[in-house]
Design a protein around this ligand. Structure first.
Ligand code: FES
Ligand SMILES: [Fe+2]
Length: 394
């Protein structure tokens, strides 16, 4: 193994057992180049009404996202090319955006179309950087890499009659990779989620984990003592598609959704979880589902913010085992995963047989990052075909 290391600053280890920094997604690093080959989830569709502009931070860089009056979402540079005012402060006009500082107006391709105080023609010299933006299953995605983006949507909608359900997004104070790794760790369910909540059904025994690389990422298998096998799809670079128990408060209505959970790097020490799913309800069950969901969202609204509860657990004010919350599984997951540290220490671990999924993904990720670091040609990733789906296995 190459012992070429990164210089992470004074006192930090300069060697990595992987030869590269697996966790960083900073621009220009191998991890940053790797991540920027893919569509990245950046916003919940419902949180961005037409005519609204918002600041976002993705992989350590700031951007503005806005939705034009026609409904079209667009990610653009955060700063105006004139004198650097923040674009999200401006006005959305039709599908264009006008800077708050001196009124320069840009269309959604970044062309400067008006400069109220300048001479005609000067506008043609100016360009605002824009990023390919698309919407799929209730989430907004953007592409931050060089050249043409890959195929959109990045993954197909699950087949079958049903509704798209987006669970509220969560800011999580740790690096995205330990959350993605946790999604490969089915054994944690029996412990992290044992104190209660929706995941109890999965907590009855310890599956044996195996995994294999695919054109779109990695398929992982969890084989239970009763012979049932759970198939979980890990979509490169940061998403898991899996059947999960119905949310708290749904009393099982709608059954187990086919969920895609995406861990978007905000910067190296923060990420944001986006969750979209297909719930297989139709006919009369649909009305019951809608009503239950309304009740559930009301309970979530009345509950304490997830991170407040996590902070109380971390300070010792709240006993982990006693916590009750509409998003209990999320509270539990964040308390444990972000509790590993802002960036988990991968140099001092004792990985075991049950970490087979994590080991397999790190091997793939390290291989790709080393190829990028050495100037080689990384793998061309494909979107999964619509007939590949996870298997519940419970
Ligand atoms: S800084 Fe944007 S128009 Fe002047
Ligand atoms: Fe979990």
């Amino acid at each position: 193994m190459s012992m070429m290391g990164h210089n992470a600053g004074e006192g930090a280890p300069v060697r990595s057992r992987y030869g590269v920094d697996l966790a960083t997604t900073k621009a220009g690093t191998p991890g940053g180049v790797f991540m920027r080959q893919f569509w990245i989830a950046v916003y919940d569709s419902d949180d961005l009404p037409a005519g609204r502009a918002m600041p976002i931070r993705i992989m350590g860089e700031d951007y503005t996202i806005y939705r034009g009056k026609s409904g079209k979402p667009q990610v653009i540079a955060n700063r105006c090319p004139h004198r650097g005012a923040q674009m999200f402060l401006g006005w959305v006009e039709d599908d264009d955006i006008r800077c708050i500082y001196h009124g320069w107006k840009f269309d959604c391709s970044g062309r400067c179309t008006e400069q109220p105080a300048e001479e005609a023609g000067y506008n043609e010299k100016v360009k605002l950087k824009t990023y390919p933006t698309g919407e799929h299953m209730g989430l907004i995605f953007a592409y931050f890499g060089e050249g043409e983006p890959p195929h959109f949507p990045p993954f197909p909608e699950p087949e079958g009659e049903g509704v798209i359900e987006v669970r509220p997004t969560t800011a999580v104070p740790c690096n995205y990779l330990q959350c993605f790794e946790n999604s490969m760790d089915e054994v944690h369910v029996a412990f992290t989620h044992a104190p209660g909540g929706t995941h109890a059904k999965l907590a009855h025994d310890l599956p044996v984990i195996t995994a294999e690389e695919t054109p779109w990422g990695m398929m992982r298998f969890g084989t239970r003592k009763d012979g049932k096998v759970r198939h979980t799809m890990h979509l490169a670079p940061n998403a898991v598609r899996v059947f999960v128990p119905a949310n708290f408060g749904m009393d099982g209505v709608g059954g187990w959704p086919d969920m895609t959970l995406i861990f978007t790097p905000v910067d190296d020490e923060n990420c944001r979880w986006f969750a979209t799913s297909k719930v297989f309800v139709s006919g009369a069950e649909r009305a019951r589902y809608d009503e239950k969901r309304k009740e559930m969202l009301q309970k979530v609204k009345e509950a304490r913010p997830v991170m407040d509860v996590v902070n109380d657990i971390w300070s010792g004010r709240l006993l982990y085992q006693d916590v009750r919350h509409p998003f209990l599984a999320r509270v539990q997951d964040i308390a444990v995963q972000a509790g590993q540290g802002a960036i988990a220490d991968r140099e001092n671990e004792f990985l075991g047989r049950s970490d087979a999924g994590i080991i397999a993904w790190r091997r793939i990720l390290a291989r790709e990052l080393r190829i990028i670091a050495e100037g080689g040609t990384p793998k061309t990733w494909a979107a999964p075909s619509p007939d590949i789906a996870p298997v519940m296995g419970a």
